[in-house]
Design a protein around this ligand. Structure first.
Ligand code: ADP
Length: 278
């Protein structure tokens, strides 16, 4: 019997991950996790700290092997990193001795592709994220938000099909974070990649994603799979609407594990229920 009702560009099928470090006790980070992501969908992954979100992302990116189960991207099992996948982490992890432009071009150098063919793309991406004139600055001359903008350009420069992001804006102040969310949505509309975005911010997940998955505490499984009903393009003002706040409230209950208790007291928001049934 097939695991998925819907064929996915990314398919995670009954994946389990156990970390065994030497003689220390084994840690079961993820237990029997299954979901599929269609091509072009932006999926946010929420869950309590330590529940296995980063582990999931690393496994999808081929940076960490699964212990059991199977992950395929574009129909091929993940056995290692691929150039069709771009990754962004919480820290921009830029090379401190290289300029912004050279950092963006770094994956091209690693992939041994011709640098000159990508210089224009890299420059255009830097302009697109508002870093025109900063291309020759070193990371220490840039703010945290600017460094993350460089990291976005670096992840997009070789035009990956799938973008994996692990809390990329969590170290930024609230204003820079809002700016980065808007910028990411803008880029998303232009590049329409498939994305998996790990965050612990419920509002960020609802603002950015087409769909939000909620993971339980370790060993993680998925307790909620919610379609976000807001059309694109989205303005930051959707965060002030009642629907937005009801959805966030529902997701918070799921994360805190209070859903069953709360359900008897308070029904799910109408809008959320319609989306889930549809
Ligand atoms: P999250 O991203 O949700 O905060 P992680 O995926 O980082 O969670 O971690 C999930 C669990 O796996 C945690 O208990 C963490 O301590 C453990 N873990 C993560 N990486 C390793 C590792 N390399 N070795 C052993 N345990 C690990």
């Amino acid at each position: 019997m097939p695991v998925f009702a819907q064929e996915g560009y990314v398919e995670v099928a009954e994946v389990c991950k156990v970390y065994r470090n030497g003689t220390r006790e084994a840690v079961e980070a993820v237990s029997s996790l299954s979901f599929a992501v269609p091509r072009g969908q932006f999926v946010a992954v929420l869950g309590p700290s330590g529940c296995g979100k980063s582990t999931l992302l690393m496994m999808v990116g081929g940076l960490e092997p699964v212990t059991a189960g199977r992950i395929t991207v574009d129909g091929t099992p993940m056995t290692g990193p691929r150039t069709s996948i771009g990754v962004m982490f919480q820290d921009a992890t830029l090379l401190p001795w290289k300029s912004a432009l050279d950092n963006v071009l770094f994956p091209i150098r690693v992939l041994k592709r011709p640098l000159d063919a990508y210089r224009e793309t890299a420059q255009a991406l830097l302009e697109r994220v508002g870093l025109d004139g900063f291309e020759h600055k070193k990371p220490h001359e840039l703010s945290g938000g600017m460094r993350q903008r460089v990291a976005i350009c670096r992840a997009l420069v070789y035009d990956p099909e799938l973008l994996l992001m692990d809390e990329p804006f969590s170290a930024l102040d609230a204003i820079s974070r809002d700016e980065m969310n808007e910028l990411l949505l803008d880029l998303w509309q232009q590049y329409t990649k498939t994305a998996l975005f790990v965050t612990h911010s419920i509002r960020e997940a609802v603002f950015l994603a087409d769909r939000v998955l909620v993971m339980t505490r370790r060993p993680a499984t998925i307790v909620e799979d919610l379609a976000v009903p807001f059309p694109r393009p989205r303005a930051v003002t959707i965060g002030e609407t009642r629907q937005f706040n009801e959805i966030c409230g529902h997701l918070r209950e799921c994360i805190e594990g209070n859903r069953d208790r709360e359900r008897t007291r308070r029904p799910k928001p109408d809008l959320v229920r319609r989306e889930l049934v549809g």
